[in-house]
Design a protein around this ligand. Sequence first.
Ligand code: GLP
Length: 243
Amino acid sequence: MKIYKAKDYADMSRKAANILSAQVIMKPDCVLGLATGSTPIGVYNQLVEWYNKGDIDFAQVRTVNLDEYCGLSPDNVHSYAYFMRKYLFDRVNISLSNTNIPDGLAENGELECIRYDKVIQKLGGVDMQLLGLGHDGHIGFNEPEEAFEKSTHVAVLKPETRQANQRFFGEGEEVPTQAITMGIKSIMQARKILLIVSGEDKAAILARALEGPVTPRIPASILQLHNDVTVVADTAALSFIKS
Ligand code: GLP
């Protein structure tokens, strides 16, 4: 596992965007696994800036997103489909038909999960998976459990996770209780993983994830078992890391 220390959020975003753009340059038709949340916004802004300068080309890039809230349509401003268009897809030359996000409106969640795993398989797997980190150690929406959930599944969101994400929703607007998320196995099958973490509030969970025992109680701890993980985190987020 390589850990790159960034000065602050802006530096983390630039460093991570550099790694993603190197991936796109080396394999123009690569499959990027993408994440949502506040952490990757700076990365996407940086990629858009380089795209505008002509330094990165998304024409052949394919993407799969980690997760989507159940019950939200792609036009709902709180959906991750909307988020991705707003921060990346509508701002670069990616073909929307090359982008994939679980269907939050699927009538049958279980069937949608099976369909999504097939989509990833058909694409030949993920070349580089971008990940953020939840305060309870979740990745995607793989919440702390007694066992690792393997493939794409419908996750019941913990109250803490719903509360943490409430800031994206308006007053009186409820964060959905369920989401469809790629599972730990799907994430671990990515050829490379890029974990980005920023802020003091993530320092304790980052240290437990990277240096503590591997346990489904801290889903991100499984990343210790992947052989190509790059962590880009700022000084504040790395403040509890010993090594
Ligand atoms: C959500 C997303 C995760 C993300 C996490 C952390 O729950 N499903 O993919 O990593 O939030 O979000 P933030 O980056 O806003 O702290």
